[in-house]
Design a protein around this ligand. Sequence first.
Ligand code: ATP
Length: 702
Amino acid sequence: LFDPENYKALVESLPDGKLTYGLLTRAFVLINSTRSRIKIVDTLTNFLRTAIACDPPSLLPAVWLTTNDIGPPHEQTELGIGGSVISKALIKVGGLDQKGLRTLYNKYGDAGDAAFEAKVRQRTLQLRKPVPLTVKDVYSSLVKISQSKGTGSQEVKQRIVERLLVQSRGEEVRYLARTLVQHLRIGAVKTTMLIALSRAFLMTHPPDASDPAPNPPSTLSKVPKETKTEIFAAAEEIVKACFARCPNYNEIVPGLLTVGLAGLKDVCKLTVHTPLKPMLGSITRDLPEMLGRLGSREFTTEYKYDGQRAQIHCDEKGKVSIFSRHLENMTEKYPDLVALIPSIRGPNVTTFIMEGEVVAINSDTGDLKTFQTLASRGRKDVTIGTVQVNVCMFAFDLMQLNGEELLAKPFRERRKLLREEFVEVEKRFTWVKSLDATADDQDAVIEFFKGSLKEKCEGVMVKLLDNEIPEGDSGTLDADVTNLDTLVEEVQKKPSAKGKATKGKEIKKGGKRKPLLATYEPDKRLESWLKVKKDYDASTDTLDVIPIAGWHGMGRKSKWWSPILLAVRNPDTGSLEAVCKCMSGFTDTFYQEMKEKYSEDGENTTRTKKSYIEAPELHPNVWFEPQEVWEIVFADITLSPNYTSAIGLVSEERGLSLRFPRFLRKREDKSIEEASTSEDLAAMYRKQMSSEKPVGDAGDDG
Ligand code: ATP
């Protein structure tokens, strides 16, 4: 049914032209059953095309259900249903008791699988055939759940959940329950969604009065396969760039439905009070590597403060919003910062979007405090009078000023405006400490790096100041795309649209330098922003992994979990892939805490492996509820016959594992969705191989 060549069969399968929840779950099942990224993208694309062609108002709900959200993170739309609501509903609908449900949950380790099983057992008792659920109905029910607040809201939520579960059938039950516990476990999220959306809109357009047939535009079916791939890449680039500026499907999807790919960038612009995705820094091992990578270009070296990244938005009326690195709204957390804004806003400033690091500070001495001190600050109901931990904002970038988007300006210009248009307030608002330099200033840069560590910073960020575009490079591809035909033309004119994907990365070919841009590139990790951290000074790479299971320790460690099984994330499949066992770097106190947190038969452990964990042939004594991220160091990465992490990325038969992994620290600032991915691991492996470090076989990795 989801064959890319035959999406019309999908269209015809819809009763009354309404997008059913059943069809969405069929897509989920297919996506879950494959590791092939091509198949995942195809399935999702076809599903979205069906929505565009038959039931455009259901497209947005379908996108939210697939990404397992009900709104963008900054709108803080949470379902707000505890496990007990779902359990109660399952007990009622599935005709179970508490014990029966617990047994099912223990058996499957997954709310969806338990719900599915419970409902299957119940099937014979169901007399009337329920009305099929539609995508719109499920989504609007979730919105209702999230909006229901105050007295009686629990009962309202309970009733909605029960109704949904009663109405759902077969696989719908499984995915509904997973949606309700906010763990859908399909890989078709984030980047895949953007790719599928871009393709779906290239291949289908919503019906309108003048052209009611939403067939694939003829232009696309005529072009050769290679050109088609490049057209896909170009469309993808447009959607991704728009989403990075305006990461909200509530804007992107209606934009696509009304103006299509061509006009999207005019609708999805930087907007005050809507956070954009932040630009990210690339890791370097140490200062010499950093200096080598930047060559003779002029750069600035800035302290890398150890606090929390903050994006501050301010409109003409002086209303302020503050967003975290992950686009959550933190305005309530920092009333002191909000109150500070009128004082820092220079006389010429009306609106702005600025970025910086908020750091805990001793407001008498001006000494910086650790991230842990900042983390101890309350998050909710903070008032200026109750602030216990004072903070200072160290500004480092300016993305919008007085309504003008500054992203395309080189950093030198953005920084100038940031410094000139804002006013310092002692120990509360200032600019990051910086040193402009070139590779010739090595000694000064080393001194500056040492200075950063003395002031409790994590190291330095190194940023390119000016654009470096070789002659003949015409800039971005999407500049003049007005419709599909011009997009095809543009692609055909370009020597290779694929080259665009490497824009901004310095790849040396025949000794020639590739362009390096000092523009602000939302959601990208480019070579124009490098970070040098003290941890990396010891010339070791680190990974952020998730502890997923433990074995009973031996001898002295028999009371604790040792070794502990660690995993990386596979964003394509939604699974966690075991990568190594770790038994070094832990203190006894840490072991003790781990044993208490993940106690046997406690709420954070299960006896059975969850189906989204990939750990073939491994039989730990308990499986942990994945919930934390650890930074680890290791000797090197090896191809492994036992572990399947990153399988298919560097070898078809073997996965990757780590030799001599050692625990460094907990990443309190990272959620498991931000742990390292199998692709990160594969990239490190490729880098290791290209630097020809000796590699051994995966042996006992403990
Ligand atoms: P890390 O492991 O370094 O925390 P990360 O994934 O959180 O990585 P990166 O983009 O790799 O984020 O590192 C940049 C982070 O450093 C920013 O998110 C910001 O919070 C912090 N930071 C501190 N000082 C600066 C600065 N001068 N310029 C940019 N970022 C800074």
